[in-house]
Design a binder for this molecule. Structure first.
Ligand code: ACO
Length: 382
C-alpha cells in the first residue's frame, strides 16, 4: 500500500496482531484461541468459552468450578446500578441503560484512584474486573426488560449455571433444556470476532491507558449502531414489517427499489457467508420445533433465499439470532444488550491483550479542507 493511500473505513487494514480469534473468510471459519466456534458452541458452556478467551486455554474441571463460583458471587444487581437505571426514562434505549450501568460500576470500582497513571490497573485487577462485568451483565440486561414490562427484578439462583440463570433472571421461570442450549450457543457465537468495530473501539480507548470500564462503555456505544450489533434488533423489525412468508416477494421488491439495506445480511469480512450462521440457524430450528412455530422458519428461509438469489449477499449472525431471541421471549429492544452480555468476554480479552502489548492507536488523516487562510480576512458582518 502506498504510504498516502486512504483506506476508507480501514477496510483491509491489518492494525495489529491478536491471539484471541482468527477469522478466515476464505474457509468460512472462525477460531477462538484455535478452536472452531461451532465445536465450542456444540460442546461447551459459555463460562468455559469465557475462560478460554481470557486465558488462552479451556479450563480444567477445577478451573471451571472456580470461575462458576466467582461468577455466582458477582451476579447481584448492585443497588447503585439499579438506582441509576431506575432514574432513566422508561423508554430510554436498553443499550443506553447497559452503557450507563457499566459506567456506574466503573466509577465505583475505580473510586479513590486519584492519579490517572494508576487508572489502567494491573493485569490481575483487569482479569477480575472482566469476570465481574461478565457476571453482572445478565442481571442488568434482564432488569431492563422486566422494568419496561412493569416487573420487579428477581434474585439469581445459585443452583443454575450462567445461561439458565440468565433466562431465569429475565423471565422468572425455570427455562427448558432446549431453550438453555440455544441461548448458550448464541452467547458463544456472539462472544468474539477479532477487530470488529466495537472491539477496535475498546482497543483504541485501552491504548490511551484509560481504564477497562471506559473501554467497555465505548465498545457498547459502537455496538449499538445498526451496521454492527444493532442489526439483530433491526432484523426483528423487518420480520414484523413483512409479517409472513407469502409477503416476502412484494416486500423485497419495494425495499430494494427504495435501496434499503436489508438488516442481517452482508458482512465486511465474510463475503460468502458468515461462519456462525449454520450453528445459530440450527439453534433457531430447535426453538421453532420447541415452540411449534414453523411460520417463523418459513419466513426466515423465504427471505434468505429471495435475497441471496437477487443480491448474492448472505446472512450474518444477527439474522438467525433475532428470531431466536424473539421466540425465547426477549423484547426486540433487548437483543443488542444480549450481544453485550456475550461480547463482554471478547472485548475484555482484547483489552487485556492490548494492555499487555500496548501502542497508542492513532492513525493519520488526509486533509481535504480549505487552504491556509488568516483571521484578518474574516469579516463577520458580511
Ligand atoms: N442489504 C442491501 N444491500 C447491501 C447489504 C444489505 N444488507 N449489505 C451490503 N449491501 C450492498 C451495499 O448497498 C453495497 O452496494 P453498492 O456497491 O451497490 O453500493 C455493497 O453491497 C457493499 O456494501 P457495503 O455496505 O459497502 O459493504 P461493507 O463491507 O462496508 O458492509 C455491512 C458490511 C455494514 C455489514 C453491510 O453489509 C450492512 O450494512 N449490512 C446490514 C447491517 C447488518 O446486518 N449488520 C450486522 C453486521 S454482523 C454483526 O455485527 C454480527
Amino acid at each position: 500500500m502506498a504510504d498516502n493511500e486512504i483506506k476508507k473505513g480501514l477496510a483491509g487494514v491489518i492494525a495489529d496482531e491478536t491471539a484471541v480469534s482468527k477469522v478466515n473468510p476464505e474457509t468460512n471459519s472462525l477460531l477462538y484461541r484455535g478452536y472452531p466456534v461451532q465445536e465450542l458452541a456444540a460442546t461447551q458452556p459459555f463460562e468455559a468459552v469465557a475462560y478460554l478467551l481470557w486465558h488462552g486455554e479451556l479450563p480444567s474441571a477445577a478451573e471451571l468450578a472456580q470461575l462458576r463460583a466467582t461468577e455466582r458471587e458477582h451476579r447481584a444487581l448492585a443497588p447503585e446500578v439499579k438506582d441509576a437505571i431506575d432514574r432513566l426514562p422508561l423508554d430510554s434505549h436498553p443499550m443506553d441503560e447497559v452503557r450507563t450501568a457499566v459506567s456506574v460500576i466503573g466509577a465505583i470500582e475505580t473510586a479513590g484512584i486519584s492519579n490517572v497513571l494508576d487508572a489502567v490497573g494491573t493485569p490481575e485487577e483487569n482479569l477480575r474486573r472482566s469476570l465481574q462485568l461478565f457476571a453482572a451483565l445478565p442481571a442488568i440486561v434482564s432488569y431492563g426488560q422486566r422494568r419496561r414490562r412493569g416487573l420487579e427484578a428477581v434474585e439469581s439462583r445459585d443452583d443454575l449455571d450462567y445461561a439458565a440463570n440468565f433466562l431465569w433472571l429475565t423471565f422468572g421461570e425455570e427455562p427448558g433444556a432446549v431453550v438453555v442450549d440455544a441461548f448458550n450457543r448464541s452467547m458463544i457465537l456472539y462472544a468474539e470476532h477479532s477487530f470488529n468495530a466495537s472491539t477496535f473501539t475498546a482497543r483504541v480507548i485501552t491504548s490511551t491507558l484509560s481504564d477497562l470500564y471506559s473501554a467497555v462503555v465505548g465498545a457498547i456505544g459502537a455496538l449499538k449502531g445498526p451496521l454492527h450489533g444493532g442489526a439483530n434488533e433491526a432484523v426483528m423489525h423487518i420480520f414484523d414489517e413483512i409479517g409472513s412468508a407469502d409477503q416476502v416477494e412484494g416486500w423485497l421488491d419495494t425495499a430494494l427499489a427504495e435501496k434499503r439495506k436489508i438488516m442481517g445480511f452482508g458482512h465486511r469480512v465474510y463475503k460468502r457467508g458468515d461462519s456462525r450462521v449454520p450453528t445459530m440457524k440450527a439453534a433457531l430450528d430447535s426453538l421453532v420445533a420447541h415452540y411449534d412455530r414453523p411460520d417463523v422458519a418459513k419466513l426466515y428461509e423465504t427471505l434468505e433465499s429471495e435475497f441471496v438469489s437477487r443480491k448474492g449477499i448472505y446472512p450474518n449472525l444477527d439474522y438467525p439470532s433475532g428470531p431466536a431471541y424473539n421466540l425465547i421471549g426477549y423484547d426486540t429492544l433487548t437483543f443488542t444488550p444480549l450481544f453485550v452480555a456475550s461480547r463482554i468476554t471478547g472485548w475484555t480479552a482484547h483489552i487485556l491483550e492490548q494492555q499487555a502489548s500496548n501502542a497508542l492507536i492513532r492513525p493519520l488523516s488526509a486533509y481535504n479542507g480549505p487552504d491556509e487562510r488568516h483571521i484578518e480576512e474574516y469579516e463577520p458582518d458580511t
